[in-house]
Ligand binder design. Structure first.
Ligand code: ATP
Ligand code: MG
Length: 229
């Protein structure tokens, strides 16, 4: 079951609320083709991050389904689902350990695997800035990463799993220009060829998408190519 997913992703008539009578998603339908890059934009509270919460099965929809290829994600084991879908969240969890350990987590990747991922995505220059490179201690008492650097760390962590589907919930905090340029390159290199959803706050990432979806109050109110919108 889904050993080598093509990566078609569909949200079918989803309805969801965290609290009774406060709908967050309303009959939400969106079909994403394998390899397509979608940017989701919309006002704060419009339900963008909630889509990810449902895709990762942090919550169950009250109505509707989410499918990868033709398989309902409700039928997958959560571990398997989270190997197929790689997510870079707005808030990144940091262990009190080295950068390397923070990237590897439970993936079983070697140091060489991590170095290869960093190389492929242009993130080597981020690691080179740190006092002890991959061996720099992070977390409480260790090196404090900026919001943008945490997103880079999360990127590397996710790519070690080589997910078929990649989701980025962009940080809203401002990011310094050097980190921003590394992030942009990492996005460009890793989203290519993967089914991707970017919850976008920055124009540069929106422009990179094949299709832009505009959300308002849990619905899609408009969609089209970046040139049209
Ligand atoms: P932002 O651009 O600020 O990240 P968003 O589009 O991602 O906004 P969501 O986080 O999906 O918005 O939130 C949609 C609505 O659901 C908001 O009204 C929010 O307050 C509410 N909400 C989000 N998470 C929870 C939760 N865990 N419990 C209850 N309500 C929630
Ligand atoms: Mg959000």
């Amino acid at each position: 079951q889904l050993t080598a997913p093509a990566g078609r992703l569909s949200f079918n008539d989803l309805s969801f609320s965290y609290e009774p009578n406060q709908p967050v998603l309303v009959d939400f339908t969106l079909c994403i083709e394998p390899g397509e890059i979608i940017a989701v934009v919309g006002a704060t509270g419009s339900g963008k991050s909630t889509l990810i919460n449902l895709l990762l099965r942090f919550y169950e929809p009250q109505r509707g389904t989410i499918k990868i290829d033709d398989v309902d994600i409700a039928e997958l084991r959560v571990r398997q689902l989270r190997r197929i879908v790689g997510v870079i969240l707005q808030d990144v969890f940091i262990l009190k350990d080295t950068l390397l350990a923070n990237i590897v987590m439970d993936t079983g990747c070697s140091r060489e695997d991590v170095e290869a991922v960093l190389e492929q995505t242009g993130m080597t220059r981020f690691v080179a800035k740190l006092p002890a490179g991959l061996d720099t201690m992070l977390g409480e008492g260790g090196r404090d990463l900026s919001t943008g650097e945490k997103q880079l760390l999360s990127f590397a962590r996710v790519l070690c799993r080589d997910p078929a589907i990649l989701v980025l919930d962009e940080a809203t905090a401002s990011i310094d220009s050097e980190t921003e340029s590394i992030l942009e390159e990492a996005i460009a290199r890793s989203f290519e060829g993967r089914t991707s959803i970017i919850i976008a706050h920055r124009l540069s990432t929106v422009r990179r998408a094949d299709r832009i979806v505009v959300m308002e109050n849990g619905r899609i109110i408009e969609q089209g190519s970046p040139e049209i919108l």
